[in-house]
Design a protein around this ligand. Structure first.
Ligand SMILES: [Zn+2]
Length: 509
């Protein structure tokens, strides 16, 4: 019997990201070789799913579906990163269920902030932070008779070819800046690389340059994405697997799951060259890699949602040892004739004349002009069936209630504390907050003050919060402001429930 459950979630690994999964999807010899011997070996002796989809193209929402077994409208995590959004208290997480079965539960992520802010990691007894050695030490000290270990790795995600584990020797990433130089040369980006620059910043410069200059993203980035997968398989994954084995987690006593949260690739139906994972619900971004220890029932070609995994893990690994919440797929009964699964993502609404974004540059320009008047955010909703895929576009969410000053002040306060940590400029912050409340400064001016403050250096986060982009590039400045706006706008999603009857009226094939 499997006493242990180990889940290794490889962020952004697309369904055809390994050689063996490509063999199954395209046929042997019908695809480019990608060297992933370790993932291939595991998949061959286990069960691989070739028709599995995520519930969202954004990391946080997809993970919430994995942990709760619910779709985003039910678990409540629908935006990428929202300081006020929390995992619904009405749902139970996999680790909460396993705790009640006397499992010890361990959480590790390369970017734990993605899970902590919205409480997506709820239920884990032991949460370790961004150094794998902390996880291994915790497991050695605290492992019980039954254990659940969740590991979220960011290596396959942008920026490609970077091994994220902070416990690792830096030598492992010596090729990273060579790659950056190579891509810069290829796209004729002239600015000089700064060796001290943070990898994600160096990457963001490339990414923005590609978008603004309308360079074929797939043609430029696909090969580096693939190389990054190979590097992960060869180095870090091997090490993780060996370490787990040395601590007694092996094929006889452990149910292993390797999966991704979303794919990577074409992000818009109209524009074929975009290569990322936020955007519309395309096959490349929505379909995921999924391989588990061998299952009794062959499920590999069946349509499968990441939100089914919770139940699958409990059924197969725990063997019905106790009462478990099985009421997770309440939408299923709506679709009696054909089995559908649900996915969603969001885009920005640009007004009546231009609801579809066909081009990234147009998108940025339009947003610069219009985002102040933007009243809606558009959710793409997808129903994916055995034979058909239905994507529902452009159903805007209303945002009337979001611009109330009280809520905005609360959001800013939370984001401030999160981004900047302890605050030597606390008095200045409070002064500006008072001014904001009295309408002496605008919300936007206030956000700018926060982002330009010295304290951001204490806890730098994603590139769009970095001062560099705020100062040097007008489009990025606006993009960053926009993202802050979007964080606010997205809060509507917790208030408006999705109506599936309504969705059916808007179907597009
Ligand atoms: Zn992700």
């Amino acid at each position: 019997m499997f006493k242990n459950i180990v889940v290794i979630l490889i962020d952004s690994l697309r369904a055809d990201g390994t050689n063996y999964s490509r063999d199954l999807i395209y046929g042997k010899g019908n695809h480019d070789l990608i060297k992933t011997p370790n993932l291939d070996n595991f998949s061959k002796k286990g069960t691989i799913f070739t028709n599995a989809y995520s519930t969202n193209t954004y990391t946080t929402s997809a993970h919430a579906s994995f942990f709760t077994g619910k779709y985003p409208p039910v678990h409540g995590i629908r935006s990428f990163f929202d300081f006020e959004q929390q995992l619904s208290s009405k749902v139970k997480t996999l680790s909460e269920n396993l705790n009640s079965l006397n499992y010890q539960t361990f959480f590790y992520s390369d970017i734990p902030e993605l899970f902590s802010v919205m409480d997506i990691w709820r239920g884990f007894k032991i949460k370790t932070h961004s150094k794998m050695n902390w996880l291994w030490n915790s497991v050695e000290d605290l492992k019980a008779e039954c254990n659940f270990i969740f590991i979220h790795t960011f290596d396959v995600h942008e920026p490609y070819l970077l091994i994220e584990d902070k416990s690792e020797n830096k030598k492992i990433n010596e090729d990273y800046y060579d790659t950056i130089r190579e891509i810069r040369k290829k796209i004729h980006l002239k600015s000089k690389i700064n060796q001290k620059e943070k990898p994600h910043n160096a990457w963001s410069e490339i990414r923005n340059f590609i978008e603004i200059n309308k360079i074929d993203q797939e043609g430029t980035l696909m090969q580096y994405y693939s190389k990054g997968i190979e590097k992960f398989d060869r180095l870090r994954l091997t090490k993780i697997y060996q370490r787990l084995n040395s601590m007694g987690f092996n094929d006889n006593n452990t149910f292993f799951v390797f999966l991704s949260d979303h794919g990577e690739g074409k992000t818009e139906f109209v524009n074929n060259t975009n290569f990322a994972h936020s955007g519309e619900l395309t096959e490349e971004t929505t379909k995921i890699f999924l391989s588990t220890s061998k299952l009794g029932t062959p499920l590999n070609e069946n349509l499968f949602s990441i939100s089914f995994l919770k139940n699958l893990i409990i059924n197969n690994a725990v063997n019905n040892r106790s009462r478990i919440d099985y009421d997770y797929f309440k939408f299923k009964k709506l679709f009696k004739e054909e089995k559908y699964i649900y996915a969603e993502t969001f885009i920005y609404y640009l007004g009546k004349n231009n609801p579809h974004m066909t081009d990234n540059t147009t998108r940025l320009v339009n947003l610069n002009r219009k985002f102040i008047n933007t009243e809606s955010i558009v959710y793409n909703r997808g129903l994916i069936g055995e034979k058909s895929k239905i994507i529902i576009k452009n159903q805007p969410e209303k945002v009337d209630s979001l611009y109330k000053e009280k809520k905005i002040a609360g959001l800013i306060k939370k984001s401030y504390h999160f981004l900047f940590g302890r605050s030597p400029e606390k008095n200045a912050y409070n002064l500006f907050l008072r001014k904001l409340k009295k309408n002496e400064i605008t919300k936007k001016a206030f956000i700018e003050i926060l982002i330009n403050s010295k304290e951001k250096k204490l806890k730098p986060f994603f590139s769009f919060f970095q001062k560099k982009y705020f100062d040097e590039n007008k489009i990025n400045t606006n993009l960053m402001k926009l993202r802050l706006e979007i964080d606010k706008i997205l809060r509507v999603s917790t208030e408006n429930k999705v109506s599936f009857e309504k969705i059916k009226e808007y179907v597009e094939f």
